[in-house]
Design a protein around this ligand. Sequence first.
Ligand code: ADP
Length: 389
Amino acid sequence: MTDHVLTLNAGSSSLKIGLFTAAAEPEVRATGAVERIGGAAALTLEDGAGATLGTRDLGEGGADHAGALDAALAMLREHFPEAGIAAVGHRVVHGGQDHDAPVRLDDAVLARLAELEPFAPLHQPHNLAGVRAARAAFPEAVQVACFDTAFHRHHPFVNDVFGLPRELYDRGVRRYGFHGLSYDYIAGELARAHPALHAGRVAVAHLGNGASICGMVQGRSVASTMGFTALDGLPMGTRVGQLDPGVVLHLIEQEGMSAAEVTGMLYKRSGLLGLSGISNDMRTLEASDDPRADEAIAYFTFRIRREIGAMAAAMEGLDGIVFTGGIGENSARVRREVCAPMSWLGVALDAAANEAGAARIDAGGDVGVLVIPTDEERVIARAAAAALG
Ligand code: ADP
């Protein structure tokens, strides 16, 4: 029976899959992940409650993306032999200027999305490789692309543009914004459980390995800290965040670095890792007594505060802050260090609720502060199920 949808999230060295029922509100049956593709790749599969169904070592260098998908599908079929796949939903990082919603994939759409590869060279080619592999594996299924950029496509001009010569804007050099699937999910949760905040002005901080803030007014994005690429805005695990472009020129012209070397530095060796010299992982930094770890966390939380202030200006006020992503959902310290110096904006934390990881952590001030676990896979599954009509 073709009564299920599959979600696929292909990153540079990882592949995440999800098996959901094909309902308007899909039920998760299983989630799986292949980590370290190209290296010592390993597959794990869990059921909907998070219990491990299986693990498999794919061997050193033993799997590329197609091999990883094959292995994950084989394990899925073993555990869910009855589940037919009616639709596959794909995370695709870049939808360009055209797409403000999920789209059914055909050859023409796929060709246009491939033209965007230079805009997101570290992600888009892998996303589209996943699409091609899934089309081959499920030729009868509906294939749907869900874009990280789509949620941000209706920014006002001033939040969509750089102060560059106009022809670059016309050629697509714009502030696209990313993490849109996460923000879409959070907007839905606000509408469902916090309608007053949904109707207001909320800064949503998605803090994971990648990190950004979205200014949301009445559930719609009006600004993002991420720009043309997912490098801009907040410092991240290994990415630099906002940077004077003069630094890039200096590195190339004075320090003799190649473009590839600068790219590697800005994407892979900066942010929390670069500043601390210890780790990109917040748990490791919080556990460290090295002062450089404290300084890296202090810079991270300061920049989050600065950008929340900027979002308040962009939204002409602030009614709420939402923390999400691995750090936002789990680090009481980061939430505390972000919020404590923002009393001037009407932000007051309930310290005990914050430490306990409660869903609502404000002390009843002007600004509601929430912790909402995100679920990007569910947003993809909903779109895939919706495409079935
Ligand atoms: P990705 O962006 O790759 O999806 P996640 O959203 O899973 O990443 O976030 C990963 C980050 O969350 C890591 O820096 C990790 O240390 C951090 N994190 C996870 N759990 C905790 C915790 N209990 N305390 C502090 N940080 C945490």
